[in-house]
Design a protein around this ligand. Structure first.
Ligand code: ARG
Length: 381
């Protein structure tokens, strides 16, 4: 990015931050001058902790796909911009999981790693800090989460070995500068998980359904005032994410028919509506299991209502809420929520979370075969 573009973005962010935080005109102008000088001499600039903190909350407020934005002001921000080794990065990863999980009373959390053009570079390869492995079996079937087949192969080619269950927790993979990728094992004890049972049809044990408590997204940069930070962040789940997508999509765990069988529904024709009925029962099961286990989760009605409140609050402050309708409407009973019946403009504001691509090395490692795998596991650290 050239200096004048960066300066432009920096000043714009500074102005918004200053205004919304009630800084005096003088303070804002002084800071803008400082940044201008810093960019002119170094080609970049450094955010203060307050700027990073406010910028991160703004990125959440601006996330067009997120229904949970009412809580944008309550985000715990951890500043990890001064990490200087792989061990440091790993420590912050474990710390994030621990802090966010909080025995189920989930805390919205973000950990901010060094800016992407700085000399200490962290590249996160895992799309979330917690993911279940997916294995392609010889029969052609897939065991585990098919969404993570490639990530699993990469982990294996870097020396990791799973147990071969449908819910093996993958290590976090990241790259530090130009070093070989690091593999950070995530112990089972670190990960809070919830077994899915049904409050009425009590015997769901044979289905062996479960999910983890905290979705910690790690394939997006936090972009603030022209600077981009690798920055894992999390909120808590809405039940449909697990009960209508992760466990149900035909290209994910694909378990709807098993649920229907457990409920003894007639699955011979779609016109018995067995899929819809099983889907609703699964929402109920996932939601009440999380609640029962004391793990924070929101249902799609409450979430939609909270989104309305968020919109009203923002509009009172003369800020129009942008959003991606296709993401905001829940996948179950969408027309029963107000969002379905309203229009919303989809526009990407800054600060925001910007999805990044996986590096070429990821692909290369995923394509290594058994015989081309380097011996002695040089990638493992
Ligand atoms: N849909 C993703 C998943 O099922 C998580 C996305 C973020 N969700 C959230 N509630 N913050 O893992």
């Amino acid at each position: 990015m050239n200096n004048s573009l960066l300066l432009n973005k920096a000043l714009k962010f500074l102005f918004q931050y200053g205004k919304e935080s009630g800084l005096s005109e003088e303070t804002i102008i002084n800071r803008q001058h400082m940044i201008k000088e810093e960019i002119e001499t170094t080609g970049t600039y450094t955010h203060t902790l307050e700027e990073i903190t406010y910028g991160a909350t703004l990125a959440w407020r601006n996330s067009a796909k997120c229904i949970g934005r009412l809580f944008w002001e309550t985000l715990d921000v951890f500043d990890a911009r001064n990490v200087n080794s792989q061990e440091d990065v790993a420590k912050h990863i474990h710390h994030h999981i621990h802090h966010a999980t909080n025995d189920g009373k989930i805390r919205s959390t973000i950990t901010v790693f060094p800016e992407i053009s700085s000399s200490q570079k962290v590249q996160l390869w895992s799309p979330q800090l917690i993911r279940y492995a997916g294995y392609q079996k010889e029969s052609g079937d897939i065991l585990g989460d098919p969404a993570n087949l490639e990530l699993t192969t990469v982990a294996q080619n870097l020396g990791w070995q799973g147990e071969g269950t449908p819910y093996d927790i993958l290590p976090v993979i990241f790259q530090w500068n130009e070093e070989p990728p690091s593999v950070v094992p995530i112990a089972n004890e670190e990960v809070l998980e919830v077994e899915i049972n049904h409050p009425i049809n009590l015997d769901w044990k044979p289905l062996n359904l479960k999910w983890y408590a905290v979705p910690i997204i790690s394939d997006r940069y936090l972009e603030i005032g022209g600077l981009s930070y690798p920055a894992p962040f999390n909120g808590w789940y809405m039940e449909t994410e697990i009960a209508a997508r992760n466990l149900v999509d035909s290209y994910r765990y694909n378990r709807l028919r098993d649920v229907a069988n457990q409920l003894k529904l007639d699955t011979t024709s779609t016109t018995t509506f067995w899929r819809d009925r099983a889907l609703v029962e699964l929402q109920h099961a996932v939601y009440s299991s999380y609640r029962q286990a004391g793990v924070q989760m929101v249902d799609h009605y409450t979430a939609a209502q909270q989104f309305q409140t968020f919109r009203e609050k923002e509009e009172k402050l003369q800020r129009e809420v942008k959003g991606d309708w296709t993401w905001l409407v829940p996948p179950v009973s969408p027309a029963l929520t107000p969002i379905f019946h309203q229009g919303i403009i989809n526009e990407e504001l800054s600060p925001n979370f910007i999805k990044h691509k996986r590096p070429k090395l990821f692909k290369k490692i995923s394509e290594m075969t058994e015989s081309s795998r380097p011996t002695g596991c040089p990638f493992h650290s």
